[in-house]
Design a protein around this ligand. Structure first.
Ligand SMILES: [Zn+2]
Length: 111
């Protein structure tokens, strides 16, 4: 099995890269919104911007949740408790960790 810490760090780097592009996209929308807000708010471009905005806000929220999961898993690696269920303390099965490296609960506790 791959070393979980390097796997988690790779995932964290990947999430950070996604955040950079999301932030850039948000900044672009914000700039476009600022320009169009002087106009009629019912203009069709304005609503396109709003739906882009909510789509990207949703992605951002998902990204934050994943970042928190990865950070939590790395904390557990550092504390030496990675791979142990946070609820019952028993080892989380290797197949589950391979499928979901940030899993904090064993399959019994998670279900
Ligand atoms: Zn458990």
């Amino acid at each position: 099995m791959t070393d979980p810490a390097s796997l988690l760090r790779a995932r964290r780097a990947d999430l950070a890269a996604q955040r950079v592009s999301l932030t850039a996209e948000l900044a672009g929308i914000r700039a476009a919104k600022g320009e169009s807000s002087a106009d009629d708010e019912h203009d069709p471009e304005g609503s396109t911007l709003s739906s882009d905005w909510s789509r990207i806000s949703g992605l951002e929220a998902g990204l934050s949740a994943q970042e928190a999961e990865v950070a939590g898993a790395l904390d557990r690696v550092a504390a030496g408790t990675y791979g142990l269920c946070e609820n019952c303390g028993r080892p989380i099965g290797a197949p589950r960790l391979e499928a979901r490296p940030t899993a904090a609960l064993c399959i019994e506790c998670a279900s």
